[in-house]
Design a protein around this ligand. Structure first.
Ligand SMILES: Cc1ncc(COP(=O)(O)O)c(C=O)c1O
Length: 344
């Protein structure tokens, strides 16, 4: 048995997405996003997000989506206020600072990898506004789901954006796993984003079945106008964009994105319930598809030997489910752990 629980990035590509690429693979089409598929994608995004003027920029990675979005939202002297564990701050090699001309990121605390409103308020109250010796907060960046599998509810997002707007900060949402957040909350894409005060969304697709295809979705005009140039200068206006657009269009059609995310979230729920029954301590209570657990080294060794792939971080392990994880695979992992707990 081999069961992939290292990362949803390790999962393969949804067949429907590969088919969509094959479907557009006939004849010629205008390059650099001038094609009909890219136009259809923008229309589809406007429908899905109930926003008649939303604009879409396909890019190649989640890091690019975040760094480009933020570069269009902050001046170089600005600070992007994010959770202290945010992917943009801890895991993207400073891409945002590079593309945003030196803007910095400032981490704010909060339980469960979610920013606490009081911590955001305290941070903004402590800033020396107008003092050029200090970076000026210009953007609030939230991540949902977080890297801990936790998801912000609509009221939680609104509360944070409300605080940010009192200081004229613009708002970015890192939605590398946005579909998992939609499924987890049951809220509409519009309610989770622009209706809750989000200006720009990094809409992930790759972790949920696409092939190096992500999108920046702009709900306000100014960042979109800049992104026309910024995407080109950073090499993200690909000549054969129709193949990325076809993927994203298929992703947002017939609920593929939500079906894929629902599978990942449901498999995670089954896994957590099973780990709980086996008395294995969980370090987080995931809304989406990532969990951290405490498993003794010897048990983790045996699980690995049985063919289960996962990351080990000191005495902790991380399990991530994906669009293609099956109930049988989860049963297999739990069965394996159960046998180890009771070796009779
Ligand atoms: C929350 C979050 N944002 C952004 C990214 C970046 O995506 P990519 O690896 O495609 O650059 C990741 C990747 O794991 C992520 O977990």
């Amino acid at each position: 048995m081999t069961v992939e629980l290292r990362s949803d990035n390790a999962a393969s590509v949804s067949p429907a997405i590969l088919e969509a690429m094959a479907t557009v693979n006939s004849g010629s089409a205008l390059a650099y996003g001038g094609d009909e598929v890219t136009a259809a994608l923008e229309n589809r995004v406007r429908e899905v997000f109930e926003h008649p003027t939303a604009r879409v920029f396909p890019v190649l990675s989640g890091t690019a989506a975040n760094a480009l979005s933020l570069s269009a939202l902050t001046p170089p002297w600005g600070s992007v206020v994010c959770h202290e564990t945010a992917h943009i701050m801890t895991s993207e090699g400073g891409a945002t600072s590079l593309l945003a001309g030196g803007a910095v990121m400032t981490g704010v605390a909060g339980e469960g990898y979610k920013m606490a409103p009081e911590a955001l308020q305290a941070h903004l109250d402590g800033v020396r506004w107008g003092d050029p010796h200090h970076s000026q907060p210009t953007v609030l960046s939230l991540t949902s789901p977080s890297d801990y599998g936790t998801v912000y509810s609509v009221p939680e997002i609104s509360e944070l954006t409300g605080i940010a707007k009192t200081r004229d900060l613009r708002v970015h949402l890192d939605g590398a796993r946005f579909a998992n957040a939609v499924v987890a909350t049951g809220a509409t894409p519009a309610d989770l984003t622009w209706r809750a005060g989000v200006d720009v969304l990094s809409l992930g697709a790759t972790k949920n079945g696409a092939l190096s295809a992500e999108a920046i979705v702009c709900f306000s005009e100014a960042p979109a106008d800049e992104l026309v140039y910024r995407t080109k200068r950073s090499g993200h206006v690909t000549s054969k964009m129709r193949y990325q657009s076809a993927q994203l269009l298929a992703y947002l059609t017939d609920d593929l994105w939500l079906r894929n995310a629902r599978n990942a979230n449901e498999r995670m729920r089954e896994l957590c319930a099973g780990l709980g029954s086996l008395g294995i301590p969980l370090l987080n209570s995931p809304d989406a598809n990532l969990v951290f657990a405490e498993i003794p080294d010897a048990v983790a060794d045996r699980l690995e030997t049985s063919g289960v792939l996962f990351y080990r971080l000191g005495g902790q392990v991380r399990f991530v489910t994906s669009w293609e994880t099956t109930p049988e695979e989860i049963d297999g992992v739990l069965g394996c752990l159960g046998r180890q707990a009771d070796p009779r």
